[in-house]
Write a protein that binds this ligand. Structure first.
Ligand code: UDX
Length: 483
């Protein structure tokens, strides 16, 4: 290794162990490595050994010799479910299991080897609120990367005010009442649009305490990275920056990643690579190639959401009754209480064969970019939403957990690129909503979606794109702070 490399900053990246956040952090890590920084990517054992080892993700980083993967336990047995509400069990292990090992990793020199210098900078998911104090004690600069949506993060920051105003916890009769405690959203944000956790009535619940701690610690870090851009989230960014002045808006990150790799001419081998923790089904792309333009509904509820068999049936009937073609990524384990063995309802069997393609996992970015896709029925995870915004695909939102309730409301009321079904999932509503977007208000949705796609595209342009500029500022600041 040359002298310069030894001197280059060594960044430790520590994502939340979920598909979306891992995806984001991997893209950021790749961009840092491409710019000559040494990177260590810290996964949980579960992500690293149960999921990542079965994919090609790690081999993609072979091109970056100063890149390494490390793993720590999340405190849960290997066979413990990590989807649905069970994901929150990971929070218990953060303090008790992950924190001490993380401390040991940073202080023991374990992360520096012959080929790398000691860690000089940490980028951690905002969920790891313990990390800021620790980094200060050790004397390493730390920035948080909040991979959830900034609109939901802003409601997290407003939680103390919402509690003070008596707007949280709220009762079922308050679901449709507008909330006043989230500046900038007073005209449209209702109780049911707040993050799913705010529906919990007990303010002492660990997740509420977790969020209160998180919002206290984030502003104490050296900076906050957000997966958005001024064009997409300007007003919300202004609100967050009253508390966190040093913000780096580097989104939509998957698009920035593509743009930077293209300019670095690594495009052929990298830009079409998926970061999926599960194997993508390639056959659906051939199926899509045979469908007319904008004729297909793409359906996916992301990596952790689960639904009941009844909800599955409502979705299925609604989609089939709309008469449209559909591609459904039906993730194994996404049906509550069952494994992937569900019976195709007899009355839907012919229509499903004629107009549908059901697979377990797809390369979603590529699917959404396909000209045959005309609508995305989504759980409104932040990455899925950004991927759809970038491709100008309108959405039907059926939010499940965490930030998704806020995102779905913003999709309908702020960006105007879809319809929010919120807590309702019945076949009649689904059929009606599909027809509304793909037929009755087709032109309106196509227009607003292409406006948003254009704005998102401008953010990542290498000439004058704000996210491009912010990424360069981030690189410069990491170098300056790592000295
Ligand atoms: C979790 C939370 O649920 C979400 O609210 C938060 O915003 C991020 O973390 P997740 O279920 O992982 O979300 O959803 P999302 O953020 O949308 O990320 C899913 C990722 O998986 C996307 O990048 C998407 O491209 C990818 N994906 C999904 C696939 O590649 N293939 C699929 O079949 C489905």
């Amino acid at each position: 290794m040359g002298k310069d490399k030894v001197k280059s900053p060594h960044v430790l990246l520590f994502p939340l162990p979920l598909q979306g956040p891992v995806n984001c952090m991997l893209k950021l890590a790749e961009l840092l490595a491409l710019n000559g920084l040494q990177c260590t990517f810290l996964n949980t054992d579960y992500i690293q050994n149960c999921l990542l080892k079965h994919t090609h993700v790690q081999s993609r980083f072979d091109n970056y010799p100063e890149f390494r993967f490390e793993a720590i336990p999340d405190g849960l047995p290997e066979d413990h479910p990590r989807t649905g509400d069970k994901f929150l069990d990971v929070a218990n292990g953060i303090q008790e299991v992950m924190k001490p090992i993380f401390v040991e990793m940073l202080t023991s020199g374990k992360l520096s080897s012959k080929s790398s210098s000691p860690v000089s900078f940490v980028i951690a998911d905002g969920f790891y609120s313990f990390a800021v104090d620790l980094a200060k004690e050790i004397g390493i600069p730390l920035m948080y990367f909040e991979t959830i949506s900034p609109c939901a993060l802003w409601t997290f920051f407003c939680l103390p005010r919402l509690i003070e105003l008596g707007e949280v916890p709220f009762k079922e009769e308050d679901y449709d009442r507008k909330v006043s405690g989230v500046p900038g959203t007073k005209n449209f944000l209702r109780g049911r649009d707040l993050p799913s956790f705010f529906r919990i009535s007990d303010l002492n619940h660990p997740i509420i305490q977790f969020i209160l701690k998180e919002i206290q610690e984030i502003p104490r870090s050296q900076g906050l990275l957000l997966n958005t851009s001024e064009n997409i989230d300007g007003p919300i960014i202004s609100q967050i920056s009253t508390l966190c002045p040093n913000i780096y808006n580097i989104g939509p990150l998957h698009s920035l990643h593509k743009s930077i790799l293209l300019s670095a001419q690594k495009a052929s081998s990298h830009t079409s690579s998926s970061n999926s923790l599960w194997e993508d089904d390639k056959s659906c792309m051939t199926w899509l190639d045979a469908q007319p333009q904008k004729s297909v509904i793409y359906v996916s509820i992301g990596s952790i959401a689960v639904m009941t068999v009844d909800q599955l049936m409502e979705l299925w009937h609604g989609i089939v009754n709309s008469g449209k073609r559909f591609l459904w990524a039906l993730r194994p384990g996404s049906i509550a209480g069952k494994d992937s063995k569900y019976a195709i309802p007899a009355e839907l069997s012919d229509a499903t064969k004629e107009r549908g393609c059901i697979v377990s996992w797809v390369f979603q970015e590529e699917v959404l970019a396909h000209p045959a896709i005309g609508l995305f029925l989504t759980h409104s995870g932040w990455n899925s939403t950004l991927e759809s915004l970038v491709e100008g695909v309108p959405m039907i939102c059926w939010p499940y957990i965490v930030d998704q309730q806020v995102i779905s409301r913003f999709v309908q009321e702020v960006w105007k690129v879809g319809i929010d079904m919120k807590d309702n999932c019945d076949r009649i509503l689904i059929e009606k909503t599909v027809r509304e977007i793909m037929e009755d208000r087709k032109d309106e949705f196509e227009k607003s979606s292409s406006v948003m796609a254009k704005l998102a595209g401008q953010s990542v342009a290498d000439q004058g794109g704000s996210s491009h500029h912010n990424f360069n500022r981030l690189l410069k600041d990491i170098r300056a702070m790592s000295v």
